[in-house]
Design a binder for this molecule. Structure first.
Ligand code: SF4
Ligand code: FES
Length: 255
């Protein structure tokens, strides 16, 4: 199959950037989207031109690194990651516009690559436990209600890709933060820091420049891992309870 690609090219964070048009020719419809870009890049390198930069290709939809916009949709038309999006999804002769996530908290590094370190800082603010859980058999001796274990696993599916931020008109990262706060908050081992966790992670979220949630739901629609806005509701409930128990402590929302 053949495609016309309009790709955002930006040499670095200070560069203005702009779209450049390329032809992608003789692409297998079994290729992944990133394999298609590999073919285009081989042609660019052969002509002595700079290849199109994208972050990574784990090919498994588990690392969260590969995301960018395809025709205005995060990760493209399917609810999956770009590395797991196959070219058979598109019509032969399709015209596609590729650009990086657009959010103040995700500055462009180069071409389709953005800096998602803001997510790492949110995790660093509270996404951990201090309980010594011992070895695996000891950890398994701590009973966890099945419903909570299942919910915690659902929340832990978030791969930190940033599609929720890119989809949100407020560039909010509340879906990501809600999933990360909740997957530890649902487990007995996560209770010691439960209040600190939600207060500090929401504070860091706001300090990074992400917007607030106004319940558009675009994040849920874009998420390749099925994280639902229910996690934002749970985050808000945890936050309100923590603020009630610790009035005047960290956190900007409702402070
Ligand atoms: S909540 Fe979904 S869209 Fe947002 S970072 Fe996690 S996996 Fe990606
Ligand atoms: S490259 Fe790892 S999720 Fe796509």
């Amino acid at each position: 199959m053949n495609l016309k690609l309009h790709v955002w090219r930006q040499a670095g964070p200070e560069d203005k950037g702009g779209f450049v048009t390329y032809q992608a020719e003789d692409i297998s419809d079994h290729a992944s989207f990133l394999e298609m870009l590999d073919v285009v890049n081989e042609g660019l390198i052969a002509r002595g031109e700079e290849p199109i930069a994208f972050d990574h290709d784990c090919r498994e939809g588990i690392c969260g690194s590969c995301g960018f916009m395809i025709n205005g949709q995060p990760h493209g038309p399917l609810q999956t990651t770009v590395c797991q999006l196959h070219m058979r999804t598109f019509e032969d002769g399709a015209e596609l516009w590729l650009e990086p996530w657009r959010a103040t908290a995700f500055p462009v590094v180069r071409d389709l690559v953005v800096d998602r370190a803001a997510f790492d800082r949110i995790i660093g603010a509270g996404g951990y436990i201090s309980a010594n859980t011992g070895s695996a058999p000891e950890a398994n001796n701590i009973p966890v209600p099945k419903e909570n274990a299942d919910l915690a696993m659902d929340a832990a599916e978030c791969i930190g890709c940033g599609a929720c931020v890119a989809a949100c008109p407020n560039a909010s990262a509340m879906l990501f933060t809600g999933a990360k706060v909740s997957h530890l908050g649902l487990l007995p081992q996560g209770q010691a820091e439960r209040d600190d966790r939600v207060l500090e992670m929401v504070l860091q979220h706001d300090e990074e420049g992400f917007g607030h949630c106004t319940m558009h739901g675009a994040c849920q629609t874009a998420c390749p891992k099925g994280i639902r806005v229910d996690w934002i509701a749970r985050l808000n409930r945890d936050y309100r309870q923590a603020k009630t128990r610790r009035p005047g402590e960290a956190g900007l929302v409702g402070a």
